[in-house]
Design a protein around this ligand. Structure first.
Ligand code: ZN
Length: 117
């Protein structure tokens, strides 16, 4: 059973949402606009399904490809939320998050996990 938790901005910032595979929990920032929350929720639920599917096939999760699939497929069902999320993601702090996560790989996962506790 998947649990959905709406949390304070400080818990996830600068992220909008998170899919915790071990806890089968999706975290969403409650300060976001409704359309963005709905998009992020479905995006994170896609990740949980994808993790499970790949595990069955014994395949490793490829984060960038996972993000492309989650965004593309969720944008079909939530187009306004997708566009709204893209616009909010143009903020320099969000752009730095993407650079740290996917380019320099300097994202501090430990600090982020502590923040969520
Ligand atoms: Zn994602």
């Amino acid at each position: 059973m998947i649990e959905i938790k709406y949390v304070k901005k400080e818990k996830l910032f600068p992220a909008f949402g998170l899919a915790d595979e071990k806890k089968q929990t999706v975290y969403i920032r409650k300060d976001l606009p409704k359309k963005v929350k709905d998009f992020v929720l479905n995006h994170e639920l896609y990740h949980l399904k994808d993790f499970k599917r790949l595990k069955k096939k014994n395949k490793k999760y490829k984060i960038i490809w996972g993000e492309i699939k989650a965004n593309l497929l969720t944008s079909i069902t939530h187009p306004i939320g997708f566009l709204y999320t893209v616009i909010l993601s143009l903020h320099p702090i969000r752009l730095k998050l993407y650079i740290d996560l996917y380019i320099t790989k300097k994202f501090n996962h430990e600090k982020f996990e502590k923040q969520l506790k």
